[in-house]
Design a protein around this ligand. Structure first.
Ligand SMILES: Cc1ncc(COP(=O)(O)O)c(C=O)c1O
Length: 267
């Protein structure tokens, strides 16, 4: 019996595109039941930047579990969490004089997006969140509302609102600066929505077709949002270089998906 066809829900995505049953994974390689090897360019949609079962991570994980380390604690305090926060602060935040707090969200990318959207709306007291065309931020309600795909949005089953789509870098061709368009929209006090609470952006769009935002475009987006007191939410499972630059910003809610999802917000 094909267990997946008969007993698993039809609510799945990637298994339809990868017609194999995988057994083991190591580094950049996946192996299926027939012993066929696959070079894994997908890498958990960018979440496995250190590869499958990275030996260093695996060793520490085995040691932690073997020592009966806490593996489920909701958001309670654990020594592992304390150690992680202290180390993150010592290595990333303090050397750059950054005053941020760390929030541990649920175990998916969309959890981090939901947390950032709620935080931005609560902090600003405003509702509208600007997103970009062809964006994808996850399948929960808030994340769908800031995603571009019409078919994915339709899965919500209700109308999704309090969001506004804008043009991404290059959407209007090489001769048209989409930040200028966005800036003019914000400068007009009769634009229909007023000042948005936040802008959410992927530095590299993937699900709607791979598009890389230029550093210059992202810097200008950051400038425009800062000028208008709009929070900038950066959903970036992938490139880290721009993240360092953005951390200098005062109006930032970056979200990190490459290890366990978490978001960092202003203190
Ligand atoms: C940019 C981006 N944000 C959010 C998500 C949602 O992550 P998850 O599927 O872990 O909820 C994805 C998933 O591919 C993504 O590419």
């Amino acid at each position: 019996m094909n267990v997946f066809a008969f007993l698993e829900s039809d609510v799945r995505t990637y298994s339809r595109k990868f017609p194999a049953v995988f057994t083991t994974a190591s580094g950049c390689w996946l192996r299926d039941e027939q012993g066929k090897h696959f070079l894994d360019f997908f890498s958990g949609a960018g979440a496995l930047n250190y590869g499958h079962n990275n030996p260093h991570l695996k060793q520490r994980l085995i040691e932690y579990i073997a020592a009966d380390g806490v593996t489920h604690s909701l958001d309670m305090a654990t020594t592992a969490k304390r150690e992680f926060i202290e180390r993150f602060n010592a290595l990333i935040l303090e050397p750059r004089n950054l005053r941020y707090k760390v929030q541990f969200t649920g175990p998916t990318g969309t959890n981090a997006v939901e947390a950032a959207l709620k935080l931005a709306r609560k902090f600003t007291g405003r509702q509208t969140v600007v997103h970009f065309m062809n964006s994808f931020h996850g399948m929960s309600m808030g994340s769908l509302a800031v995603s571009g795909s019409v078919s994915k949005r339709a899965t919500a089953g209700i109308s999704l609102h309090s969001t506004l789509p804008m043009f991404f870098d290059g959407d209007l061709g090489p001769g048209t600066d989409t930040i200028e368009y966005f800036s003019a929209f914000l400068d007009n006090s009769e634009n229909g929505v007023g000042v948005p609470a936040a802008v959410i952006v992927e530095t590299v769009q993937a699900e709607g077709g791979v598009k890389v935002a230029s550093s210059q475009w992202l810097r200008r987006l950051e400038e425009v949002t800062r000028r208008h007191g709009i929070l900038l939410i950066v959903d970036l499972p992938r490139p880290l270089r721009f993240w360092h630059m953005l951390l200098q910003s005062q109006t930032l809610v970056p979200m990190l998906k490459w290890w366990s999802p978490m978001s960092i917000s202003m203190r």
